[in-house]
Design a protein around this ligand. Sequence first.
Ligand SMILES: NC(=O)c1ccc[n+]([C@@H]2O[C@H](COP(=O)([O-])OP(=O)(O)OC[C@H]3O[C@@H](n4cnc5c(N)ncnc54)[C@H](OP(=O)(O)O)[C@@H]3O)[C@@H](O)[C@H]2O)c1
Length: 304
Amino acid sequence: MMRKDRIFVLGGTGFVGQHLLNRLARAGARSLVATRRPHRHRHLWLVPGCELYEVGDWEIAQLVEGMAGCDVLINLVGILNETAGRSFEQSHVTLVEKATQAAIQSGVSRYLHMSALNADKDAGPSDYLRTKGRGEALAHAAADAGLAVTSFRPSVIFGPGDGLFNRFAGLLRMLPGPFPLACPDSRFAPVYVRDVVEAMVRCIDAPHTQGQTYELCGPRVFSLRELLLYTAERIGRRVRVVDLEDRHAQLQARIFQRLPGKPFTMDNYLSLQVDSICASNGLEALGIQATDVDAVVPDYLHPV
Ligand SMILES: NC(=O)c1ccc[n+]([C@@H]2O[C@H](COP(=O)([O-])OP(=O)(O)OC[C@H]3O[C@@H](n4cnc5c(N)ncnc54)[C@H](OP(=O)(O)O)[C@@H]3O)[C@@H](O)[C@H]2O)c1
């Protein structure tokens, strides 16, 4: 059981959020999940101890009200692509400013912040990584006002409901011919979502993790090409990968970012210019044995 067991969650309605809420429920915690559209996330009522809190415009006063009586704030908010209503600046920076101010005002003492590998406010190659870096720096700056902060920097995350293997599988099923792949040699260490949320939960009551940043990686490094081939093998498809050279990758990004849903953007291309692999193993530091893709992916990707 956890000592700090009343948790206010931002970004809890997404992929990582759902796994985190279930893990918190198993630890006996009560979670309050802030969302603009509670009606879209009614299934979260089924998670024991989980409630939804409607926030209209994410104003500080609303957040302070919601956080009243909570011990911990967990922020999972993040976007890979900007949309008409959501910018990187607003999602990764402004919201962190508001959330940390609200936490301090409402007496929350602990803050867990989800960042990303290679987030860097100055040297990040993309807007995504630079704004993620600014948000993470702001998060740690809130320690000056008495908030105990820990941040997490995962590589790409896999597990049921992920946007990695499921997305590749969807594309492979849609496109039967040769597969043109941008940045095929970019490297990742996919980390299992349950390991990620386990790391977060272990940090809540652990004073030695305060002020720390944990890089989170799985045990195996894959190139993007290898991830695609792995997915193809799992779903029983043969695929011929066509490596796009750099200028063709950029052209693909410029075209695809105009398509509905922005399947690939110039900003995504820029993020892929740096390998998403860990310099130090945060899971090991937290006593968690990283799960291999083979132990999990076959459970949710099946031959068709
Ligand atoms: N998945 C990965 O491979 C991966 C890798 C590295 C880092 N991360 C980081 O991990 C976190 C969680 O990722 P995920 O895969 O769970 O993402 P996700 O499924 O897209 O969920 C993102 C969550 O953030 C919320 N959100 C996004 N923009 C917002 C905004 N402007 N205002 C308020 N809420 C906003 C979404 O709310 P709605 O329900 O309203 O859309 C959703 O609850 C993110 O910070 C992401 O950057 C993920």
